[in-house]
Structure formats: C-alpha cells, structure tokens
Write a protein that binds this ligand. Sequence first.
Ligand code: HEC
Ligand code: HEC
Ligand code: HEC
Ligand code: HEC
Length: 169
Amino acid sequence: MFRKYGWVIAVFIVAMFAWGAFSAEQASGADANEYVGDNEKKCGMCHKEQVAAWKKWPMAKTWDTLQASKDKKDSCIPCHVTGFGKPGGFVSIEKTPKLVNVQCEACHGPAKDHLAAPLNDVEKKRNTMTKPTEANCKTCHNKDSPHYKEFKYADAVKALADHKPKPKK
Ligand code: HEC
Ligand code: HEC
Ligand code: HEC
Ligand code: HEC
C-alpha cells in the first residue's frame, strides 16, 4: 500500500510544508515592518558607539530646536521627527513621544523586523536595515525647509562619519 501510494503521500507532505511556509510569510506580512522609536534605548545595547556619536549631532535634538522657534507650526513637524505619517511613525507628541528627533530609523528605515531578526543571523540583521541614500536625506534637506542650506550629500555624509563602525581587524 505505502509502496504504491508513497510518492503521493510524499508530494502531499512537501506541499503542506510549502503551504505552511507560505502562510507564515503572509501572516508576518512582507510590509509589516514598522518604526519603533526610542532608538537610544532600543539600538544602544548593540550599537553603543553609533548611539554615542548620534547623541552629539544636532539631528538628535531637532524637536527641542523646533519647540524653541517662535515660528513653529504643525507643518514644520515632519522633518523634525522620525517616520512621520508612516506605519508606526510619528503621529503627535501626545501619542508618539518616542519618535521625536531625527533618530536612526529616519535614515536607516523602520527597525521592527531588524529587532525581531535573531542575533546569530547576521545576514538577516544586515538585510533588515537600509543604507541611507541621497534621496532619503533630501526628503528633509530641501527647499521646503525655511532654514535651507545647500545640501551637498558627500560632505553631509562625511559629517556623520563618526558613527560608522570601525573596520574589524
Ligand atoms: C540585539 C542586537 C541588535 C540590536 C538591538 C540592533 N541591532 Fe542593528 N545590527 C545588529 C547586527 C548583529 C548587525 C549586523 C552587523 C554586521 O554587519 O556586522 C546590525 C546591523 C545594523 C545596521 C547596518 C545594516 C547594513 O546595511 O549593513 C544598521 C543600520 C542597524 N543595525 C541599525 C539598527 C537600529 C537603528 C537599531 C535600533 C532600532 C538596531 N540596529 C538594533 C544587531 C542589533
Ligand atoms: C542622518 C542620517 C543618519 C542617522 C540619523 C543615523 N545614521 Fe547610521 N549611517 C548613515 C550614513 C549616511 C551611513 C553611511 C552609509 C554608507 O557608508 O553608505 C551610516 C552608517 C551606519 C552603519 C554602518 C553600515 C555599514 O555600512 O556597515 C551603522 C551600523 C549605522 N549607521 C547605525 C546607526 C544607528 C544605530 C543610528 C542611531 C543611533 C544611526 N545609524 C543614525 C546615516 C545615518
Ligand atoms: C527626518 C528629516 C531628516 C532626514 C531624513 C535627514 N536630516 Fe539631516 N537634519 C535634519 C534637521 C531638522 C537638521 C537640523 C538640526 C538642528 O540644527 O536642530 C539636520 C541637520 C543635519 C546636519 C548638521 C548640519 C546642520 O546644518 O545643522 C547634517 C550634517 C545632516 N543633517 C546630514 C544628513 C544626512 C547626510 C542625511 C541623510 C543620510 C540626513 N541629514 C537626513 C533633518 C533630517
Ligand atoms: C522640508 C523639511 C523641513 C521643514 C518643513 C522644516 N524644517 Fe526646520 N530644518 C530642516 C533641516 C533639514 C534643517 C537643517 C538646516 C538645513 O536645511 O540644512 C532645519 C533646521 C531648523 C532650525 C535650526 C536653525 C538652522 O539654521 O539650522 C530651526 C530653528 C528650524 N529648522 C525650525 C523650523 C520651523 C520653525 C519650521 C516650520 C515653519 C521648520 N523648521 C520646517 C528641515 C525642515
């Protein structure tokens, strides 16, 4: 009996596995990635040097800078916070206080999947965060900013070099 129908059973089992993996993929949702905020705490345990460097940047204080301005209004907010209007991103100071300032995720993308990736899966850790591009910076560094200064990508990235990890020996 098994000899005769064994292959049918085998195909069935393989198909069930494939379907199971597919459903798991669906459930986790390819685009379910979200901003998490509170990056100093959530990234600091593994990226201590990056957090230390970032804390010295003006971009780590853009919320306070905005609050101190007599010209502040709602339309200023998107460029002075993280993930404005995106899934898990900044909504309002009351609802999402952990997303103030230009945090890591403003440049490297939402980090929910990155945090969920197992620590021993370095490939997945790498693939769940993005390297910033010029276009990404220019969503904020553009002429809609009332304080716009000419934005030269190469120079601006150099100014952030203090947070790039040192090459491993
Ligand atoms: C549990 C440890 C851990 C935490 C927490 C963590 N990361 Fe990572 N991260 C890693 C590891 C491991 C890598 C891969 C390191 C490597 O490439 O050598 C990585 C890589 C990265 C990279 C580089 C991706 C690339 O292009 O190569 C970025 C950017 C990054 N993490 C940002 C973040 C941010 C932002 C947070 C907080 C929201 C965070 N990480 C939290 C462990 C962590
Ligand atoms: C204003 C944008 C910006 C912010 C905010 C920012 N980064 Fe970066 N990050 C960059 C740029 C630009 C690079 C260089 C990418 C390259 O070399 O192509 C980089 C590189 C990195 C790398 C190295 C990736 C690689 O190539 O191996 C890590 C890790 C990283 N950042 C983590 C963080 C963490 C953690 C935070 C928050 C504490 C953070 N970054 C905040 C822009 C930013
Ligand atoms: C979410 C908006 C946003 C993004 C994305 C962003 N920035 Fe900024 N950046 C700001 C704001 C706001 C300031 C002003 C900080 C202050 O003075 O309070 C700033 C300041 C800076 C400064 C400090 C110099 C200055 O004029 O104050 C550098 C350098 C810089 N950004 C580089 C970058 C680079 C490079 C990227 C992309 C990899 C980037 N930024 C992406 C909003 C952003
Ligand atoms: C399109 C994105 C954007 C908008 C909208 C925006 N800002 Fe900014 N803001 C920036 C960036 C980027 C910088 C860094 C300077 C630059 O443009 O290079 C900055 C810098 C600042 C600074 C620091 C002063 C300086 O010379 O660097 C203050 C204060 C400020 N913004 C207040 C405001 C106020 C008030 C509004 C609303 C009326 C506003 N911003 C709207 C992106 C924006």
